[in-house]
Design a protein around this ligand. Sequence first.
Ligand code: GUN
Length: 279
Amino acid sequence: MPAKLIDGKAIAEQVLSKVKAVTAKLQKKPTLAVVLVGDNNASELYVRKKQEACEKVGINSKLVSSCGTVSEEDILKQIEELNNDSAVNGILVQLPLPKQVDRNKVLEAISPAKDVDGFTAENLGKLALGIEEFVSCTASGIVKLIESTGTNLEGKNVCVVNHSIVVGRPLVQLLLNRNATVSVCHKFTKNLSEFTKNADVVVTAAGVPNLIKGDMIKQGAIVIDAGIIRDDKKLVGDIDFDSVKEIASHITPVPGGVGPMTVACLIENTLKAAKLQGD
Ligand code: GUN
């Protein structure tokens, strides 16, 4: 029987509606500042989607953009200003950053209380301690999608094909916090299918079209595709959808799976930041 589709768009809409209802009762609208550097088309598109979602739920968004040749010092100054601006509740620096800018230095400059992406050492450290305060939006969106199937992650074998700070590393911590058994794969992994075949849940964010095929998946597994690749102007993921859907129990589409959940979790984190700041 073909897999059931996990409708990320619909689940994201539910999250956004809840945020909208809470935000409507606040005296002061929360504000998200988005730092965008350079003219990467994909980043511009993601940022637009984040701003549209803010507007939809009654959150202010403030775009701070600079050209791709901006200095690290100038970006650090922008962040310092946003940290000190009491009107700003959440700060997001859209990644990737240009070569001349040290990503970790920039992320570490964000005040942990405004770090709605959960990429500062403090928030990543808290996550590793089991404290889920501000967690990567893609990682928390993925866990929500898995749990939307009614699956309890405790004791499940989960294979994560990604080891970045945006997806793989925070996701591993979220999964360990739920007592899953986790294997982490990446481009240096030998014999990927040895790991994916053993997994009850496969999450992939490799950015390689058709990387995961039906014969690499255990019968009845849940398969989450967080890969986003522009292929002939259409968006595709890492999964060979036609072969995987015949084997998996549940599968996410691209687009309409993980992408909308990332945006919804960001909006949720912005509201959380505003509340924790007493706004
Ligand atoms: N670039 C790709 N995904 C993300 C994300 O979730 N957050 C940020 N800040 N940049 C990204």
